[in-house]
Design a protein around this ligand. Structure first.
Ligand code: V47
Ligand code: SF4
Length: 372
């Protein structure tokens, strides 16, 4: 059961109106969101976010069993925070998987109780929409029940434009091939000036949001991310969350909001210091408070590390990502805590139980598979 928030009204009178809104399930405004970033203490924000988390989910902490395929690390774009674009510029260590190689990876999980494959990578000029249409069809022919979550809006925007297809046309083609849902990457920070500084040449905010809205129109679900802790201000974070919250009001197609902490190893933004763990926890808490129409807030543990991920479960997070075999290089190359992240289900269950929460295995769409 969620605790009692009324004590916070007495101990923190400056938050009285916001606390009352939370108790009454009334949405907070952008100004109030900004106030939380500027004036909320870690303890206050944690108390509010945990109240909302427990009111919605109790102690339940979801996880799913998935594996990742990264078709390539070659990318035509030049995001300054990304270790991939640096590699491509130097023509170093590029890989390109063939359809058969990717299918072999899928086959290597035959007989294992995996429910999802997450496909995401760089934007390779030779890997077009028809290449991925064939890949998805072959995956589905081999394992029809496997949920295919694939391609950021950045990859999709490039594929659609290259094939001269409209967004609805392109999305329908991939959906008909078997694409079930979209991951949340590529959103970064929506503000135009910040995008100009960190990822000038890829799809803009309007394009990102429109691609997700298009998927939602087809009945597909998707996630949303925010890359925080670099050159953005608190106001930019609120603007980002506000745009997502507004689209969610219209479509209700987002499942999960995933804040991604900027890591500064070996990329063109390495001179920017990473934010503190306190800043991380405050961000998770404010995300939980602000994104009132997002059912789930997810922490990506390979990026944060196991102990930090456990901590997020007291700051609004009710879902941990990164289960079986997370071989995603984009994070380990950027200096994430876990260089070869992999947790058995048993280890993940223990991690969740250690902090007094209840592990629940889910599928991509949050249907319960098993309670532990
Ligand atoms: O958009 C790249 C991020 C994202 C760095 O939907 C970096 O379930 C931090 O979106 N420091 C792609 N982050 C990954 C992604 C994702 C991850 C897990 C689950 C889901 C989901 C989606 O990775 C990119 C970018 O924001 N990223 N470089 C870096 N140096
Ligand atoms: Fe390419 Fe994505 Fe890296 Fe940007 S973040 S350079 S789009 S792989």
């Amino acid at each position: 059961m969620a605790g009692d928030l009324s004590i916070l009204v007495q101990t923190s009178p400056h938050l009285k109106n916001i606390v009352q809104k939370i108790i009454d399930r009334v949405r907070i405004s952008p100004e109030e969101g900004l106030y939380l970033f500027e004036k909320g203490t870690l303890a206050e924000l944690g108390t509010m976010a945990n109240f909302i988390r427990e009111r919605a989910h109790g102690d339940i902490t979801y996880f799913n069993r998935n594996f990742h395929i990264e078709p390539t690390n070659v990318c035509v774009f030049s995001c300054k925070f990304c270790s991939y674009s640096k590699l491509y510029a130097k023509r170093e260590e590029g890989w390109e998987l063939s359809i058969d190689e990717m299918l072999d990876k899928v086959k290597s999980y035959d007989g294992q109780p995996i429910t999802e494959v997450h496909i995401v990578g760089g934007v390779h000029p030779k890997m077009d929409i028809y290449f991925f249409e064939e890949l998805i069809k072959k995956i589905k022919a081999h394992r029809p029940g496997l949920h295919v979550k694939g391609f950021t809006a950045v990859e999709l925007d490039y594929m659609f434009r290259k094939a001269k297809l409209g967004r609805m046309e392109g999305m329908t083609l991939l959906h008909n091939a078997g694409l079930d849902s979209l991951p949340g990457g590529g959103a970064e920070i929506f503000d135009k000036d910040i995008r100009e500084k960190i990822c000038a040449d890829k799809v803009d905010a309007e394009g990102w949001l429109d691609i997700h809205a298009t998927a939602h129109k087809l009945g597909m679900h998707s996630n949303a991310t925010m890359l925080y802790g670099h050159v953005e201000s608190y106001a930019h974070r609120i603007d980002h969350m506000e745009r997502l919250r507004s689209l969610q009001d219209e479509t209700k197609g987002f499942n999960t909001f995933i804040p991604l902490k900027f890591r500064n190893f070996d990329n063109e933004m390495s001179h920017i210091p990473e934010v503190s763990s306190i800043e991380d926890m405050k961000l998770y808490a404010i995300a939980r408070i602000y994104m009132d129409n997002f059912p789930h807030i997810k922490a990506y543990w390979p990026m944060l590390g196991r102990e930090q991920a456990q901590l997020t479960l007291s700051f609004g997070v009710n879902d941990l990502d990164g289960t079986i075999d997370d071989s995603t290089k984009i994070y380990s190359m950027a200096g994430s805590e876990e260089q070869n992240p992999s947790l058995s289900t048993e280890e993940l269950v223990t991690l969740i139980k250690q902090v007094g929460r209840k592990p629940v295995e889910r599928d991509t769409l949050y249907h319960v598979i098993k309670e532990y």
